[in-house]
Design a protein around this ligand. Structure first.
Ligand code: ZN
Length: 406
């Protein structure tokens, strides 16, 4: 209950006043640890335990990938959600959770040490881009935390918002809050959410128009949300100075004199709202409302340059980068049972346990040519589509046209 810095005398006084006989560090309150302490890993170990218990408890009954997909999405990924809305669980913890789920996903019956044929990172891509739509835990964590910051912005009079303001940013807007030494674990966690909010909020102009022209985001540019015109020696400071005081509309002449054409084009179309103060909106929603869903998408996009580099390095599935490619979407619409779709999905990723695929992953395989014709490497494309003998089977089934579509 007390921090280690609390004086003994004070502890006794508080305990006497509240009639508390003993304090307990390991208690949970409303399902969350009361005291996180130095090691988040320790404090949140129960999450990993719960996830593992859930997925492995179900193992016997759900061997098919289809069942596993449902289990991972609806149960295992949902367990940490509550903790993630209050605490930043750290990147490494999220990675451990992912690898736990990855091991489960690729495990067969009781064997755990199986090859992870497709990286977890690729599995977290949307289905239309070759993944399975699993959740990137860390991105989701940040998106959940950004929701809390959004609430602090929307409900500035709430008790929580007032307490946090008094403690951590008494003289500034929450958007300008920054980490300082000695802040609590929960506030430090929320600041991770703030980082994400900063990437997507935009000021809407009301009566005050106290938005800073050069520094604040208020232009609906898709990326920077700020003016692209350089300030140079300009003396104008606030958006209010660009508004004609008598008519209450944009001072078009001044705007045109001050900004580059592209900015002018945007500014003159920004509505000026009467009777409301300036307010913060979310750029990635048509109504300006923040949602965990859109914040998650943004966070995934922000992390992308790195991911793309990594995917590019493994050339096997470079098609995953082609966003216009609709072949993945078509794949999931193929008529037929789910496990056949899943099989086709693995075929397309070249992730079936065929000779050349095994060899690529460093497993000693003596020969890699096709067992039927011996002329080409045994990989998915050859064995199921291109091989001369297999072509005969497609023909015999009168499915030559379908073969062509693959
Ligand atoms: Zn062949």
């Amino acid at each position: 209950m007390f921090t280690p810095n609390t004086l003994d005398a004070l502890r006794v006084e508080v305990k006497n006043t509240l009639a508390i006989q003993s304090e307990n560090w390991n208690e949970k309150y409303l399902g969350l640890p009361v005291h996180v302490g130095q090691s988040k890993r320790k404090a949140f170990a129960y999450i990993k335990g719960a996830v593992a218990g859930k997925v492995y408890g179900w193992k016997e009954r759900l061997i098919a990938k289809r069942g596993k997909e449902v289990l991972v999405k609806t149960v295992a990924q949902a367990i940490p959600t509550y903790a993630m809305s209050c605490f930043y669980l750290t990147k490494s913890f999220c990675e451990e959770l992912s690898s736990l789920l990855g091991r489960y996903w690729w495990s067969q019956q009781d064997k755990e040490d199986t090859i992870h044929w497709i990286s977890w990172e690729k599995l977290t891509k949307p289905k239309s881009m070759g993944g399975l739509g699993f959740r990137d835990m860390e991105c989701f964590n940040r998106a959940m935390l950004s929701r809390q910051i959004w609430r602090l912005i929307q409900f500035r009079d709430s008790l929580c918002a007032r307490v946090l303001k008094a403690r951590y940013f008494p003289n500034t807007h929450v958007l300008d809050a920054s980490p300082k030494p000695g802040i609590s674990n929960s506030w430090r966690s929320l600041l991770h959410g703030l980082e994400l909010i900063k990437e997507g909020y935009i000021w809407r102009i009301g009566d005050e128009a106290r938005v800073n022209i050069w520094r604040d985001p208020w232009i609906p540019w898709p990326w920077s949300r700020r003016v692209i015109t350089p300030r140079r020696g300009n003396l104008l400071e606030y958006v209010s100075e660009l508004i004609d005081p008598t008519s209450g509309v944009w001072d078009e002449r001044l705007v045109r004199e001050t900004f580059w054409t592209d900015d002018v084009h945007h500014i003159l179309r920004i509505p000026l709202r009467e009777g409301v103060p300036d307010f913060v909106a979310w750029q990635y929603d048509s109504k300006g409302e923040h949602s965990v869903r859109s914040a998650y998408k943004l966070q995934v996009k922000l992390g992308k340059p790195l991911i793309q580099g990594e995917v590019g390095a493994s050339s096997a599935t470079s098609s995953i980068n082609q966003r216009m490619d609709d072949s993945w979407t078509r794949l999931w619409k193929l008529p037929g049972p789910r496990n056949i779709q899943m099989f086709t999905w693995r075929l397309k990723h070249e992730s079936l346990a065929l000779r050349s695929n095994l060899k690529k992953r460093g497993i000693p395989v003596e020969d890699t040519p096709c067992l039927f014709c011996g002329k080409a490497e045994e990989d998915g494309g050859h064995l199921f589509i291109k091989c001369k003998h297999v072509k005969g089977v497609w023909r015999a089934l009168e499915m030559e046209q379908e073969r062509g579509m693959l």
